[in-house]
Design a binder for this molecule. Structure first.
Ligand code: R5P
Length: 290
């Protein structure tokens, strides 16, 4: 096997190659003055099983095209099998028609990757696992929640209460609880499909005086987490921490979350950012050898 670290996940791809003890194929990459992407493989991939590591966090469209170009280059130059490792899978949240007239974005992304020569896909904490069943090739998601929980355990934040902002994310809190050994629970979130505005119901949760860690898959604008943290404060929680797999942190999301009294935000390098303190390399390299 050979690894091709894409421009959006260069460091992560190189770490995965190092952990697996395999070659990281060098990629010449540039952006033309008009914004178009150019890629060229410097190493050989003839008759090789190849894994391309490229996240598709913002700018999503550019990174998706880069991923498709790399897959095409690998296929064209004789790669036997291509797996794409896409830690943050863009467009995965638009997995159905919510409002009349919409596209199913995730299906379009899957078909585009297929057309570029992709044989299988590995992603991390995709928003809805069921979307992957509709991909035209084997696609699976793995969870980074145990790694995030382990980060807090190592830090000495043990027996914390693991909270999910809504019941769809409760399983994340349950997974974290297995590592942390405290309690877990969720709030109830509603999102207005037209305005995107969220509201959250304050539920009775036994968090008084306890350290709480809020777990979510994605932090985008930070609205969800800021609201959840505020409710934890109102319920008398002690310290409040935040853990997320994909720290997109759009605009002033980080500030917004810290302003409500959150001690620390911890994310993975699925989306390289200031809070990416947990590496996905061990998880992904393990997955590639299964
Ligand atoms: C949605 O259900 C996701 O799990 C996240 O909670 C959401 O994407 C976070 O978005 P934001 O940070 O903009 O509230």
């Amino acid at each position: 096997m050979k690894i091709i670290p894409g421009p959006a996940s260069k460091q992560l791809g190189e770490e995965v190659a190092e952990l697996l003890g395999v070659e990281a194929v060098t990629l010449v990459f540039k952006t033309y003055p008009d914004g178009e992407s150019y890629v060229r493989l410097e190493g050989t991939v003839q008759n090789e099983e190849v894994a391309i590591v490229q996240t598709t966090s913002p700018p999503q469209d550019t990174r998706l095209i880069q991923l498709a170009l790399i897959a095409d280059a690998a296929k064209r130059h004789g790669a036997e099998r291509i797996t794409v490792v896409v830690p943050y899978l863009a467009y995965a949240r638009q997995d159905k028609v919510f409002l009349q007239g919409e596209a199913i974005s995730t299906g379009v992304v899957a078909r585009m990757l297929r057309a570029a020569g992709v044989d299988s896909l590995i992603t991390v904490n995709v928003h809805q696992e069921k979307v992957l069943a509709k991909f035209p090739f084997p696609a699976k998601t793995v969870s980074a929640i145990p790694l995030l929980a382990e980060y807090f355990k190592q830090k000495g934040v043990d027996k914390a209460f693991a909270l999910a902002p809504d019941d769809g994310a409760l399983w994340l809190a349950e997974e974290a609880k297995k590592v942390l050994g405290g309690g877990c629970g969720c709030l109830e979130k509603h999102r207005d499909l037209h305005t995107g505005q969220i509201t959250m119901e304050k539920k009775t949760l036994d968090v008084g005086g306890k350290t709480v860690i809020i777990f979510d898959d994605v932090i985008s604008t930070g609205g969800t987490i800021a609201l959840a943290a505020k409710i934890m404060r109102e319920l008398g929680a002690g310290k409040v921490y935040v853990a997320c797999v994909h720290p997109l942190l759009i605009g002033d999301a980080e500030k917004r979350i810290l302003e409500v009294g959150v001690e620390e935000i911890v994310g993975t390098d699925s989306v390289p950012s200031r809070v990416s303190k947990v590496s996905l390399a061990p998880l992904l390299s393990r997955e590639l050898t299964r």
